[in-house]
Design a protein around this ligand. Structure first.
Ligand SMILES: CC(C)(COP(=O)(O)OP(=O)(O)OC[C@H]1O[C@@H](n2cnc3c(N)ncnc32)[C@H](O)[C@@H]1OP(=O)(O)O)[C@@H](O)C(=O)NCCC(=O)NCCS
Length: 387
């Protein structure tokens, strides 16, 4: 029988092959070395069929922000792949059980992931916590409203190989990641790997309270230049930094459009533009899925919209959650939730949305109204960082 075990250094080549085949990706040694720098092998599991590796799954040790700004230790499930010769034999299920047990053993109360397909992870209790929005901004129409001028010296260029870049980004990100539920920490190694992956073709800019990064794809159009900016990061701790960075991005010469996958659904950019329709959203997909492994610990970490509390029942266990914290109780439930509703509730998705999506039922319309006021998060949860 195929064995699930913790891999060693000697399994790395096989892990790389299983992953590469499953995702249709060719790893170069250089790319893989950067990935290796952020992988903790003891958090990984492989499926070993008589000496050949046919499946892999692992996790990163992350901190995920919950509503209110606290960061919860989180197992960020990653590198999930099963060889096509061994599909639908229950290997993912076994790998996930072991990876979740490892996350719990590390006292990380939350598990999160981004999914290659939408139908895989609900069976493991995951629910959609954040969305990924794909946008394109017509640069020629993207004028800022009058009165939003920013200090011309507020944003400066920095070279990708500047040795100070990692620290500059990290210190800003440490402030920014706490401002929205759904964001994760980015370690020094993570930033270093990302800067390396993006390479010399990426432009980085810093503001005292934020940063941005982009690449340009050239479209000369026979002398009518309309290059495309692929905006890879734009992160701001203050409204002024947000305006200054967008002003910089929309001022790049020869550019026709700015494409990005990082704007929150409630991003204020349309309100800053004289013509808000210069920004078009062309896709809105699920992004981060999560599942509380320790429900009480997760819900005790977040803040609430009112001084109220509600009792949520899930899988026969009842929890009173609200301003007074979160604990197991025996009281009558206000909400009865499927497990896959708990992650979205934790991150502030409105209970009404989940009730209409048939992931929970409320005792009464009044209980649902109270739950909405208590649990819905502002700003809405959103994460820019994949893992
Ligand atoms: C997705 C993947 C890991 C599934 O592995 P697997 O070992 O075949 O999964 P299991 O046999 O444990 O399946 C468990 C259940 O999930 C279902 N399932 C598995 N993959 C699914 C998919 N892509 N879509 C819908 N259901 C899926 C199975 O049908 C099974 O359902 P059942 O319990 O009702 O029979 C594998 O197909 C794969 O490597 N795909 C390519 C890489 C990838 O997408 N990885 C995920 C990255 S986030």
């Amino acid at each position: 029988m195929t064995e699930i075990r913790t891999p060693g250094e000697g399994d790395l080549e096989a892990i790389k092959r299983v992953d590469g085949r499953a995702f249709g990706h060719k790893w170069t040694d250089e790319d893989f070395a950067r990935q290796r720098s952020v992988i903790e092998l003891e958090r990984f599991r492989v499926a070993d069929d008589h000496g050949s590796i046919v499946g892999v799954a692992g996790s990163f040790g992350l901190q995920m922000t919950v509503p209110g700004g606290a960061a919860v230790p989180t197992g960020g499930v990653t590198w999930v792949a099963v060889a096509s010769t061994h599909r639908r034999q229950g290997l993912l299920t076994r790998l996930m059980a072991d990876v979740h047990a490892d996350i719990e053993a590390r006292d990380e109360p939350l598990a999160a992931l981004t999914a290659s397909e939408g139908a895989i992870y609900e069976r493991f209790g995951y629910g959609i916590a954040t969305q990924r929005r794909m946008t394109v901004l017509d640069r020629t129409r993207a004028q800022m409203r009058p009165g939003l001028e920013s200090d011309p010296g507020a944003v400066r260029l920095v070279e990708h190989d500047d040795p100070a870049l990692v620290d500059e980004l990290r210190s800003r990100w440490e402030r920014i990641r706490r401002l929205r539920a759904g964001e994760i920490d980015r370690s020094e190694a993570w930033f270093a790997a990302q800067i390396g992956d993006r390479g010399a073709g990426a432009t980085w800019v810093l503001h005292d309270d934020g940063f941005a990064c982009w690449k340009i794809v050239q479209h000369w159009n026979e002398g009518h230049a309309a290059h495309e900016v692929e905006l890879l990061d734009l992160a701001a701790a203050t409204p002024d930094a947000h305006v200054a960075l967008w002003r910089t991005v929309t001022s790049i010469d020869l550019v026709g459009s700015v494409r990005s996958r990082l704007l929150a659904p409630d991003d204020p950019l349309p309100y800053l533009l004289a013509d808000p329709r210069a920004l078009r959203t062309y896709e809105l997909n699920d992004f981060v899925w999560c599942v509380p492994l320790d429900v009480a610990l997760c819900f005790a970490a977040r803040s609430y919209g009112t001084d109220d509390d509600v009792v949520i029942e899930c899988d026969g266990a009842r929890y009173r959650v609200g301003a007074g914290g979160a604990k197991r109780v025996r009281s009558r439930p206000d909400l009865v939730a499927e497990r896959s509703a708990l992650g979205p509730l934790l991150m502030g998705v409105a209970p009404t949305t989940l009730a209409m999506g048939r992931r929970l039922t409320a005792r009464s319309a009044e209980a649902l109204r109270r739950a909405d006021a208590l649990l819905t998060a502002h700003p809405m949860a959103h994460g820019m960082s994949g893992f």
